[in-house]
Design a protein around this ligand. Structure first.
Ligand code: KIV
Length: 272
């Protein structure tokens, strides 16, 4: 029997149990009440309130501009909608790097106002003090290594990371550091599948991949990408499960036609 089917509420402990039993963890992003409600009802294990909200909700080119208050707004909306899945809120750029007290205060603000279950932040050794300080307050932390979109200005490109031995070794070292510090899971983004498998094998905590191959313990995608709402973003790792952009445009086009032709509203759609 799968852990997934039996439990009423997903916790960080449930995710460890899934890894132990070889059950893959499903994770998707959501940023608002209505979408989160559907995603939770469909049975997802984890919702990530990703800072990709900066891209898909606000139209920014990178994730850097989103603020702590904006992430809190999205986090609160999502938490209100769910009854079963674990909710993780991304800590936005500039709220945890370089100053562990600021990191702690940012994480506490997220937890206090949103009532989420955990926070996620990007980086390994560079942010380990922040990770430790947040964990010391009893706040569960999910790590994020590999392609780290908040560091895009340092790399200048979204190409596959850790292909070279040095970078792969650093990634593995950072993953172990995050595990030792007490992180409950790590996201690995856009790295060779062989490295994803190695990290998942060498660590006890769940490793969730996005473009990290099938050998990790779970998968995450941005919901707007997998539903086909976003059309311009088409990396190799993305599987589109729907073409919602076409459906939405079709429905809106139909509505416009009905309004213009006076077909809508009809007699049954108005009051006496
Ligand atoms: O912000 C986000 O959506 C993420 C995922 C890509 C893992 O961090």
């Amino acid at each position: 029997m799968s852990v997934h089917k039996e439990i009423k509420r997903v916790t960080t402990h449930v995710l460890s149990e899934m890894k132990l039993q070889g059950e893959k963890i499903s994770m998707l992003t959501s940023y608002d009440y209505s979408m989160a409600k559907l995603v939770d009802q469909a049975g997802i294990d984890v919702i990530l309130v990703g800072d990709s909200a900066a891209n898909v909700m606000a139209g920014h080119e990178t994730t850097l501009p989103i603020t702590l208050d904006q992430m809190i707004y999205h986090g609160k909306s999502v938490v209100k909608a769910v009854t079963r899945c674990l909710v993780v809120v991304d800590m936005p750029f500039g709220t945890y790097q370089g100053n562990s007290l600021e990191a702690l205060n940012s994480a506490i603000k997220i937890m206090k106002i949103t009532h989420a279950d955990a926070v996620k932040l990007e980086g390994g050794s560079e942010v380990i003090e922040s990770v430790q300080r947040i964990l010391s307050a009893g706040i569960p932390v999910m790590g994020h290594l590999g392609l780290m979109p908040q560091s895009i200005n340092r790399y200048g490109t979204y190409v596959v990371r850790a292909k070279e031995e040095d970078e792969a070794n650093k990634l593995l070292k950072d993953a172990k550091l995050l595990e030792e510090a007490g992180c409950f899971a790590i996201v690995l983004e856009k790295i060779p599948a062989s490295l994803g498998t190695k990290v998942a094998k060498e660590l006890k905590i769940p490793i969730i991949g996005i473009g990290a191959g099938g050998g990790v313990d779970g998968q995450v995608l941005v919901i707007h990408d997998m539903l086909g709402i976003t059309q311009e973003f088409s990396p190799r790792f993305l599987r589109r499960y729907h073409n919602l952009a076409a459906e939405i445009k079709g429905a809106v086009g139909h509505y416009i036609k009905d309004v213009k032709s006076k077909d809508f509203p009809n007699e049954k759609e108005q009051y006496e």
